[in-house]
Design a binder for this molecule. Structure first.
Ligand code: URP
Ligand code: ZN
Ligand code: ZN
Length: 459
């Protein structure tokens, strides 16, 4: 064997038990108690995980690395973003290539893949954003895209002036075609016209602080679009994955449809679980500007309740950080703040700390951050500690206290909304396909090691 992780407490989405894990050629070879003694397993490298938890590597199903947006490009590139991911126990990231008018899906994905292949420190997959159907040609490309390994397409119901928004007719065409080829549609749900109306009004009134970012897109603005997306998905009987769910009313509509048997999946993000809209009243409120914005306490409570009840399926980051000087463009005008925040290195530690504090179980944290995203998005080699699967493994010390600071992150941005957040427990090692990429605070991986995850159609 190449690696033996001994005596750790293995946590899967369903079980917790003490055992050893043996790894060969990047795969989990076997799992069992006392493998050295009972099965005479010997390995080139032996790690004693006594007192530690051994978890499947995290999957961040929502990142925007080096994304052109808000008049600039998001601050983490493929290298720094995936390096930070590794240091936060994430072994696969899902990034979002953006198809543009006149361009195809595969050429867009290929252009990104070339750079990922040189720079990725962990494995990676793509969802493709669709912004224009190119007179229907794009729909014809869905099948080839699924064969290529991209089995999810995203529509934005906002970002009109950025040329990223689709109308309802396009959404329905995408929903139907995705269903036909065994793919799923991801949706960013907010109502663009009401946002524009509110912004126009606030401009006239000179209300331009970060607080008005929230007031221009409050709960009901997201809820309408969530409900609309759920309505169309139900009407055409197509699967739907709602990204970054942040409001109670929309959440309830999506959960109702899900419980009635429709294939509707719900993602939320750590920032919505930690912060409320009150952050926009702070002097540095612009640093928290993302869309949808953080909402009120009632919404946050509803998100946590759904996390506990099992009706939220995944927690992912929407990682899209910008530098302070870029956020400062909107100091006196919230419409000039590039939208997005950091989280790629904080997701798994944050959810595991919540488990360590008793808010949820460790099994549930694993389910939300690893097992469910793998299942929903067709990564059959990921998301679980099972013989035959990729040896994507995190060793977690439940006794290690950690305070998040920009100084102990491994990204490329100069501030973090998570500054000062205290966590109970922290990952100490991350393995991607059996190779150590993070060791006690240090990135020890190799850019370019990360591989493209070719996904299966999931239904
Ligand atoms: O503010 C955000 N979320 N920026 C990234 C783009 C998106 O909407 O996901
Ligand atoms: Zn979004
Ligand atoms: Zn996003």
């Amino acid at each position: 064997m190449d690696l033996l992780i001994k005596n750790g407490t293995i946590v899967t989405a369903k079980e917790t038990f003490v055992a050893d894990i043996a790894v060969k050629d990047g795969k989990i070879a076997c799992i069992g108690a006392g493998l050295e003694e009972t099965m005479s397993v010997s390995a080139k490298k032996v790690v004693d995980a006594t007192g530690k938890l051994v978890l499947p590597g995290g999957i961040d199903a929502h990142t925007h690395l080096a994304m052109p947006f808000g008049g600039t490009v998001s601050a983490d590139g493929y290298l720094s973003g995936t390096r930070a991911a590794a240091c936060g126990g994430i072994t696969t990231v899902f990034d979002y290539p953006m198809q543009r008018k006149g361009k195809g899906i595969l050429e867009t994905a290929e252009a990104k893949k070339v750079v990922f292949d040189q720079e990725a420190c962990v494995d990676y997959a793509f969802h493709c954003i669709i912004t224009d159907l190119n007179d229907g040609e794009i729909l014809d490309e869905f099948k080839a895209s699924v064969e290529y390994g991209i089995t999810s397409f995203k529509c934005f119901l906002v970002y009109k002036k950025e040329g990223m928004m689709v109308d309802d007719a396009t959404l329905i065409k995408v929903l139907l075609k995705a269903k036909e080829v065994g793919a799923i549609t991801n949706i960013h749900a907010e109502n663009p016209d009401v946002i524009d109306l509110n912004i126009e009004q606030f401009k006239k009134e000179g209300k331009m602080s970060a607080w008005y970012h929230y007031l221009s897109r409050p709960e009901f603005v997201e809820a309408e679009a969530d409900k609309r997306a759920v309505h169309w998905a139900k009407s055409v009987d197509a699967p739907l994955y709602i990204v970054h769910m942040a409001d109670k009313e929309g959440l309830e509509a999506a959960v109702e449809a899900k419980l009635a048997g429709h294939p509707i999946f719900i993602e939320t993000c750590p920032q919505y679980l930690e912060f409320t809209c009150d952050v926009y009243k702070r002097e540095d409120g612009r640093n928290f500007v993302c869309s949808p914005p953080m909402k009120g306490q009632e919404s946050q409570d509803a998100l946590w309740a759904a996390i506990r009840q099992g009706t939220i399926d995944t927690v992912a980051t929407d990682h899209c950080p910008f530098q302070s000087y870029e956020k400062d463009w909107g100091k006196d005008d919230f419409t000039k703040i590039p939208n997005g925040c950091a989280g790629i290195e904080n997701l798994y530690p944050y959810m595991l700390s919540a488990a360590n504090e008793g808010k949820i179980t460790f099994n549930r944290a694993v389910e939300l951050c690893s097992t469910n995203p793998a299942k929903i998005f067709g990564c059959d080699q990921k998301g679980s500690l099972t013989a035959g699967k990729d040896a994507d493994i995190v060793i977690y010390d439940p006794e290690k206290d950690f305070t998040i600071s920009i100084d102990n992150m491994h990204s490329n941005y100069d501030h973090t909304i998570w500054e000062g957040k205290k966590l109970k427990g922290y990952p100490v090692q991350t393995y991607v396909r059996g190779t150590l990429v993070y060791d006690n605070g240090e990135f020890v991986g190799t850019p370019g090691y990360g591989e493209f995850v070719k996904r299966k159609p999931s239904r």
